[in-house]
Ligand binder design. Structure first.
Ligand SMILES: Nc1ncnc2c1ncn2[C@@H]1O[C@H](COP(=O)(O)OP(=O)(O)OP(=O)(O)O)[C@@H](O)[C@H]1O
Length: 292
């Protein structure tokens, strides 16, 4: 059984269609990257899955049931967002105690080690924490909860580069020991490229891509070479981007290349290189937007 299954999911807010006819599944034990530009519908999607908002049309199941007011299914979910609010008089240690009561799989020892890693002041009131510290507290809860379905909606934006790396490292090592389904919603695609196994790319409410990251990486390539031969080499492939510097042209092409084509590229003096996951996502999103 899929952890989440959405079929033709649509969410409208009056005249805004935040999600339109979105179909996908989230499977057990995988790390997903939920990607997309501002306003693409990422938060809305996570709110629907976590029962915080109601579906306009389509079908959505969470652990086989409806998410809305489904206590049993929602117990298996943790949703950490950047703007997370905590009771204002609470101190860090109180928030952790509360989280420990709330999440059935809570690992107190792991939580305490994360508090040390992030240098979180246990006795400080949460409203007096810096933005980065508040993010670190969210990350700590999200990881130590070990919920079968874990959402991180950019909660780590306030974290500096060192703390973000710490988060990625702790997530990966804990995931290896306690596999679960993790959804990372982020704009920092290259930072999480090695973490995410599967990409869900939303664009203006539509699901533009639903693919394993490996597949996606090999699917978009940069070909750089003499202007005279590049276009011939590109042939009928979709050219996602083209730039020229003097006699040298670089095109970003969609589609994978077999050995014969790679050899041909070499003979023609063309350099063939896979683009980064971030570049692939940017180019594919731009392609769709220029299609309109
Ligand atoms: N409560 C609401 N009422 C009206 N429109 C809304 C509401 N919530 C979201 N929207 C609209 O739905 C669309 C999707 O918003 P959403 O917050 O899901 O995007 P997002 O991908 O999370 O964006 P970001 O990366 O900027 O956080 C946007 O156009 C947004 O303005």
């Amino acid at each position: 059984m899929s952890v989440v299954a959405a079929v033709g999911l649509t969410k409208r807010y009056r005249d805004v269609t935040a999600l339109e006819d979105v179909t996908f599944t989230l499977e057990e034990n995988a790390i997903y990257g939920l990607l997309g530009r501002n306003g693409a519908g990422k938060t809305t999607l996570m709110q629907l899955i976590t029962g915080q908002n109601s579906v306009t049309s389509g079908d959505l199941t969470l652990f086989g049931g409806r998410p809305y007011e489904n206590e049993q299914a929602l117990m298996k979910v943790v949703f950490i967002k950047e703007s997370q609010k905590y009771p204002s008089a609470y101190r860090v240690k109180h928030v952790l105690t509360l989280a420990g009561r709330l999440f059935p799989n809570w690992d107190e020892e792991f939580a305490q080690s994360l508090v040390d890693d992030f240098n979180l002041p246990r006795k400080r009131e949460v409203r007096k924490l810096s933005r980065g510290m508040t993010s670190a507290l969210g990350v700590t809860i999200g990881l130590a909860a070990r919920a079968p379905l874990t959402f991180f909606d950019e909660p780590y934006l306030g974290l500096d580069a060192v703390a973000r790396q710490l988060f990625y490292d702790r997530l990966l090592s804990d995931y290896a020991e306690h596999p679960r389904t993790v959804v990372l919603s982020t704009h920092l695609i290259d930072e999480v490229a090695d973490l995410i196994e599967h990409v869900l790319l939303l664009d203006r409410g539509k699901l533009l891509l639903d693919a394993p990251s490996e597949e996606l990486r090999g699917e978009v390539m940069d070909a750089t070479g003499p202007a005279g031969v590049i276009d011939e080499f590109a042939g009928s492939r979709t050219v996602l981007h083209r730039e020229q510097l003097g006699g040298t042209v670089r095109v970003t092409l969609r589609g994978s290349f077999d050995n014969a084509e790679r050899l041909r590229a070499k003979k023609l003096g063309i350099d063939l290189e896979p683009v980064s996951l971030q570049q692939a996502v940017v180019r594919l999103t731009m392609e769709r937007n220029t299609d309109r």
